[in-house]
Design a protein around this ligand. Sequence first.
Ligand code: FES
Ligand code: FES
Length: 187
Amino acid sequence: MPDSREPDARAPNPASKIRVQCEINGRAMTLEAYPMARLLDVLREQPGLTGTKEGCGEGECGACAIELDGALVNSCLVPASQAESAKIRTIEGVAGSGLLQNDAVRLHAVQQAFLTHGGAQCGICTPGMILAAVNLLERNPHPSEVEIREGLAGNLCRCTGYTKIFESVVAALRATAAQPPQTESRR
Ligand code: FES
Ligand code: FES
């Protein structure tokens, strides 16, 4: 049994920058970062993808949500080294993607619905909220009301009271001819 006090020779030196090769919003990219640098910071600073926001910085609010290999994650908790060979999608990769695209303005139907139905106020939660909704609709194109609320449960908003956000997601469902949920109750 290996001595757990022995340093792992394969582990990256936390004091040295590494090169991280990944795909971001469909483009191959190489990032240079300390292995334990927060992916949130690296994405904002290197490719300049500042749509991803920092709220709590502790994994509690979802403002920093991105997709990592299709899974919604809080990038403030993800070390840069974990992005190696990963496919990342940020809010900048949402417009024009997928089947829900609005051809007229090239916004995703969820983005358009947030605009039309007042789903954003200060905007700090909005990129994470939209990405969470898009992630949900791509996994489940016909979510129930409960499933929508569960899909957004990891994303906190201090401004809207959630009603407008929920209505925006339902409107996006309508816009894509999916069946909206039948009943409504407040979060
Ligand atoms: Fe990452 Fe709040 S900033 S979860
Ligand atoms: Fe301000 Fe949600 S719009 S936190």
